[in-house]
Write a protein of this length. Sequence first.
Length: 95
Amino acid sequence: MTAPTEFELTPDEVLDYGWDCSDWLETGDTVAGVTISAEAGVTVASPGHDDTTVSALFSGITIGDRKRVDNLITTANGFTASRSFILVGVPYKWG
């Protein structure tokens, strides 16, 4: 089992994270819907999708927090997939 993907977020940021679903979508299938939720302490806004990707805006994390974000993706052919990642609250980012 692999560790979940981690993304850094500072308390002042509002960032859009997206996921490409094309690697597991069957030929001709498309993303039809997405539900994105996060542990308390993270704000999720504007969840959305197009035919092959899902995305949302994230904000409100506290420095030192590690919060799980869950994505439930439904396809036009009736398949569902669950994908998760961890948001890590950091004081700043280099670069």
